[in-house]
Ligand binder design. Structure first.
Ligand code: ZN
Length: 225
């Protein structure tokens, strides 16, 4: 079993590559929201096995941002809506964007390639699904359109590639990436302050999200110097 319950109804698996996390939010009747499933093909298959074992059916997917390791999928997860912010969809589904993603991904089974980045726009404030409320916190740090997910009833923050203990702040793109990153941290602060648990896209979940935020602000200040 790869999936570990880190909070009530929140399961996390950690890839052997870059400690990349997959998060499953469990809803009523064994319906599940699958966030950023990753990474290696055998790991995706194990995730499908785990979901079967747990009696969970994927109701929808969510990709936090337009980097290939957060846009993967496996046929066994099902042909369900896979949501992302409009900017994430724009970046990952344009012909040039998709070509760049696939080039970065490298060798990948032919049958899985069509499933990479098959995401659709979600402009709503929350994921449409029957499970606990999952709100989008969209900002332009790490990559424009990056989206953290906030579960107010569980006080869990899924931070995407922000607030990680293993991946330092990686600003990119835009005219002033450091300022955009700082704004992204500001956008996350109220949720980090309210969260009982933070799950980063790479690394370990923590019960002290504000410490991660402070560490990222220090790292950003060092980058600025
Ligand atoms: Zn990323």
């Amino acid at each position: 079993m790869r999936l570990v319950e880190v909070a009530a109804g929140i399961l996390v698996a950690t890839s052997r590559r870059d400690s990349t996390t997959t998060t499953v939010v469990v809803g009523p009747g064994g319906r599940a929201l699958l966030v950023d499933p990753a990474w290696e093909v055998d790991e995706l298959e194990s995730l499908a096995d785990d979901l079967d074992t747990l009696g969970l059916t994927v109701e929808a997917g969510f990709s936090t941002h337009a980097h290939f390791d957060h846009l993967l999928w496996h046929p066994r997860f099902g042909d369900v809506p896979r949501w992302a912010s409009p900017e994430t969809v724009r970046r990952s589904t344009s012909p040039e964007g998709r070509a760049a993603l696939l080039a970065e991904l490298g060798p990948w089974p032919a049958e899985l390639v069509p499933l990479v980045a098959r995401v659709q726009e979600l402009a709503a404030p929350a994921v449409p699904w029957p499970g606990p409320r999952v709100e989008l916190v969209v900002h332009d740090a790490h990559v424009p359109g990056h989206t953290a997910l906030w579960l107010p009833t569980r006080r869990v923050l899924l931070a995407g590639d922000m607030l990680s203990d293993v991946e330092p702040p990686l600003p990119e793109d835009g005219p002033d990436p450091l300022a955009a990153y700082a704004e992204g941290l500001d956008a996350l602060e109220p949720f980090a302050a309210a969260a009982a648990l933070l799950v980063p896209g790479h690394g370990s979940p923590t019960a002290e999200p504000l410490a991660r935020l402070a560490a990222d602000r220090r790292a950003l200040a060092a980058l600025a110097r």
